[in-house]
Write a protein that binds this ligand. Structure first.
Ligand code: NAP
Length: 242
């Protein structure tokens, strides 16, 4: 059986992506860091809609935790593999660079960039060995494409993720594994709830923030058979904001 793993699946974009993939008939592993109640809610919604979902708690930025939990899952599921990996977990710790504590620089890099590395490296061998290949979708950001003042840590992590996406796409292509990135602009989630939405949405040509379900539809497409020849791409989803 082919499973999907969505890191940071308990809230926001990850939650909508878990629901979308489950709707496509894929059994989903919902990863989260600490918010078990939110993760259980996603699992219950999926199950009540007839889908399959399980929780898989680990901190993507903790290498030994990632290795331990995913190795355990793999040894408990010898006939199955994670064919769809959505590296979505991410955090913001905004500050102008001259005032940024080292801990905030490291926390953001460790989650978005190192987290991608730890999780993907662990799952790639099985994906590349299987005939049906796999899909890796990395959650980048407009911030990683253009750079945003006050987000040097976040822009660097997301730009790094975009570079890694393009390089890994070339390594994995011959094994039928596609690797793409999605770069959202402003989307309505917990991550953006402290931002002045009324002001910021004036900057967006579509004059609104996006919905998590709109991003989930794009991730669902990239995971579908219809996207089998798309790899190494970064697809923006931002209401026209560049
Ligand atoms: P969110 O609402 O703050 O949710 C973050 C999710 O990531 C939660 O499920 C959280 O788990 C999980 N998480 C955080 N650190 C983790 C860790 N170390 N290990 C495992 N899980 C962890 O964020 P969001 O807006 O949905 O953002 C999702 C992704 O999209 C992020 O990578 C973000 O950078 C990117 N993005 C968002 C926007 C936007 O406008 N919202 C725009 C561009 C890119 P818990 O529930 O357990 O805390």
């Amino acid at each position: 059986m082919k499973y999907a793993l969505v890191t940071g699946g308990s809230r926001g974009l990850g939650r909508a992506i878990c629901c979308k993939l489950a709707e496509m008939g894929i059994p989903v592993l919902i990863n989260y860091q600490s918010n078990q109640a939110a993760a259980e809610e996603v699992r219950d919604i999926i199950r009540s809609n007839g889908g399959e979902a399980e929780l898989l708690r680990f901190d993507v930025s903790n290498e030994s935790e990632v290795t331990e939990v995913l190795s355990q899952w793999e040894s408990n599921h010898p006939e199955d593999y994670i064919a769809y990996l959505v590296n979505n977990a991410g955090i913001r710790r905004d500050n102008v660079m001259f005032m940024m504590p080292t801990s905030d620089w490291q926390a953001v890099m460790n989650t978005s960039l190192n987290g991608f590395f730890y999780v993907t490296r662990q799952l790639l061998p099985k994906m590349m060995m299987r005939k049906h290949g796999g899909r890796v979708v990395n959650m980048a950001s407009l911030s990683g494409l253009k750079g945003i003042a006050g987000q040097t840590n976040y822009s660097a992590a997301k730009a790094g993720l975009i570079g890694a996406t393009k390089a890994l796409a070339q390594e994995a292509a011959a094994r039928n594994v596609t690797v793409n990135a999605v770069a959202p602009g402003f989307i309505e989630t917990d991550m953006t709830k402290d931002l002045p939405q009324e002001e910021l949405q004036k900057l967006v040509p579509m004059k609104r923030f996006g919905k998590p379900e709109e991003v989930a539809a794009l991730v669902g497409f990239l995971c579908s058979d219809a996207a089998s020849y798309i790899t190494g791409e970064v697809i923006s989803i931002n209401g026209g904001l560049y």
